[in-house]
Design a protein around this ligand. Sequence first.
Ligand SMILES: [Zn+2]
Length: 162
Amino acid sequence: MTLPMFKNPNLKPLAPGAVKLLIIHCVANKCNRPFEPETLINCGIAKWGQPSYHYYILRNGDVIPILPENVRGVHAKGYNGCSLGIVYEGGLNEKGKAEDTRTEAQKHAMFELLKDLTEEYPDVHILSHCELPRVAKSCPNFIASKEYASLQPENRGTKVED
Ligand SMILES: [Zn+2]
């Protein structure tokens, strides 16, 4: 997907050396209703003047790149200058209650994306939005630092060679 936003000169740069965190979010839409990438992009533009996140993981496991990795997102107050934002489709159950609604395909895609990104940015930590200080909401409704403990910098480098 090519977005005209990519050419917007007002997007603020994000140097590769600046990226210290991969922050996981949910859209917080009901998981039984699709939330299209275009809708996510338009919500960001309406609210912040640009898309909010770098990667969007759909229910079917597709990973949609939204912002290039060298520009700032708008997804975690106080941390946008040192992080990439990754968001999954869903986050509310069919009754509208906050829940980890990731499908197996989403979990698999998220792990693979995070694995690639930790290879690209060797000292990054993985965190849920709700693990940041002073974040009241439960987004993304699971604790990413624990789920992805094996990908954290202190545990990397111990991988078995294939
Ligand atoms: Zn969030």
